[in-house]
Design a binder for this molecule. Structure first.
Ligand code: G6P
Length: 469
């Protein structure tokens, strides 16, 4: 039994089997799990984390009950679901419906389509949320605090409110939220169930007041009222970044990068290979920059780091191939006019020391998502950058709300505007660069993980609004 239970689809560590059959814990993927795990560690909080068993080693471990993670005070309890139920809940509902809806990625002429197959997937999503509800009820001690994360688990709030009114619960959404009009795209009973589920939590938190207010409006449109809400912006984890930046692996990657970029000015981006990250328009903006400014040809390069994500979904595979194809086409177009050197360096490996090396080296960091809950790259880059680097930031990233007066803002669909912002950044006088870069670094650690966690947990309440039940 635990006094603090954290639930998220993905665990803080992913378990893999060694050759001798023993089990090894490796840092978990995605942005959410490492941030929340680091926050628990920095705050010195003991907790039990409930997550889905995904790998074969995790399915084996799930049968053994509670596991130690290797992080002091953090244990792990895995939820086992049959593969079909999990695929429907994760691929069809969480990733292909809610993720698309919250990030404004639907193409209304064709998608979404809510047919019988989709309705069956929604049933699976209910089952998956119910399985988390069961595990949390088993593991939470009397009057414990429960923090549930993200769009995978919205229905858990109602389950806990009904079965365990002694618990203090809080839900945190790490993504944006849909507007009332966007939420209205969901089938009627589904949007009602979604808001009703979230309203079961003691409070619902978001990275910025922008997503908080969207949620309030959407909830009011669906249910006539909204539950308690709050905004708690998450900052960068200085300790983790400093440690990686000082590592020999990072020094080695930086030396390799210096070799590749030579004396060119360096634009960097670092993202998951993800539709909402807007990689294609980033390349088109770079193309427009080289068109507009001939003197930059051969003197500027674009290091685009984009590591694989959600490759079980056809859209993600197609997006990856489109991204790689566009980068190759532009390199073919520009290399002959850039002294024979391809100006785009696209790296698809998932290697954090390489990412931190790129952060240390950039002159301009491009963060241009279509929409993003926070986007920690916009904060992590400035924290370790060594070149008075500037930030070109989408006005649709949550981070922009905190950085709008120091970053160069862009409208993410406007490639011409993005190219112009890159040009402005490259032209900025040294003194102004220094000032902005220092200010970006200073703001990056506001909402550092331990204080963010304390803030989030301070909103946990015994029970949500049950009026909708
Ligand atoms: C990103 C988002 C998180 C989300 C996670 C899921 O990191 O910022 O809000 O929970 O993706 O990623 P996954 O790889 O588990 O689908």
């Amino acid at each position: 039994m635990s006094d603090l239970v954290v639930a998220a689809n993905r665990g803080p560590f992913s378990l893999a089997e060694r050759e001798d059959g023993s089990i090894e814990a490796r840092p978990g993927g995605g942005g959410l799990a490492p941030s929340v795990a680091a926050a628990l560690s920095a705050a010195g909080r003991e907790a039990l984390w409930v997550a889905t068993a995904m790998t074969p080693a995790e399915h084996r471990a799930a049968k053994e009950g509670t596991l130690e993670t290797g992080q002091a005070g953090l244990s792990l309890r895995l939820v086992e679901l049959d593969a079909g139920t999990y695929a429907s809940a994760y691929d069809v509902i969480a990733n292909s419906t809610l993720w698309f809806l919250f990030h404004g990625l639907f193409d209304a002429a064709r998608r979404p389509v809510f047919d019988q197959a989709w309705r069956q997937a929604w049933e699976a999503f209910r089952e998956y949320n119910a399985a988390f509800g069961d595990r949390i009820c088993e593991e939470a001690s009397t009057a414990a605090t429960v923090l549930v994360n993200d769009y995978h688990l919205p229905l858990v709030g109602r389950i806990l409110a009904e079965r365990r009114p002694d618990l203090s619960t809080v839900h945190f959404t790490h993504t944006p939220f849909a507007s009332a009009d966007e939420l209205a795209m969901l089938p009627r009973h589904v949007r009602r169930e979604l808001i009703d589920g979230l309203s079961g939590f003691g409070a619902c938190g978001f990275h910025t007041p922008r997503w908080q207010h969207r949620f309030e409006e959407a909830a009011a449109a669906v249910a006539g009222h909204a539950p308690e809400t709050f905004a708690a912006p998450l900052g960068a984890d200085r300790a983790r970044l400093d440690e990686v930046a000082a590592s020999p692996a990072c020094a080695e990657r930086l030396a390799e990068l210096e070799e590749r970029v030579g004396d060119r000015t360096v634009i960097v981006r670092s993202d998951r290979m993800e539709l909402s990250k807007n990689l294609l328009r980033g390349f088109l903006a770079f193309d427009a920059l080289l068109e507009e400014r001939p003197e930059l040809r051969g003197r500027v390069c674009f290091v685009a780091r984009a590591y694989a994500s959600r490759e079980g979904l056809a859209e993600y595979l197609a997006y990856r191939s489109e991204t790689e194809h566009l980068a190759a086409l532009l390199n073919e177009k520009w290399a002959p006019r850039c002294g024979g050197e391809p100006p785009i360096l696209l790296d698809v490996d998932d290697d954090f020391p390489s990412t931190v090396a790129a952060f240390r080296r950039y002159d301009v960091l491009l963060v241009n998502p279509v929409r993003d809950g926070m986007n920690l790259v916009a904060k992590e880059g400035p924290l370790v950058n060594e070149h008075d680097g500037l930030l070109v930031c989408s006005e649709q990233a949550g981070a922009y709300d905190e950085l709008s007066d120091v970053a160069l803002g862009v409208q993410p669909f406007d490639v011409t505007d993005t190219a112009a912002a890159l040009a402005r950044a490259l032209d900025m006088p040294a003194e102004e660069r220094r000032r902005r870069s220092a200010e970006l670094a200073r703001r990056a650690t506001r909402g550092a993980p331990a204080s963010w966690l304390a803030e989030v947990l301070s909103h946990a309440r015994p029970q949500g609004d049950l009026a909708g039940s």
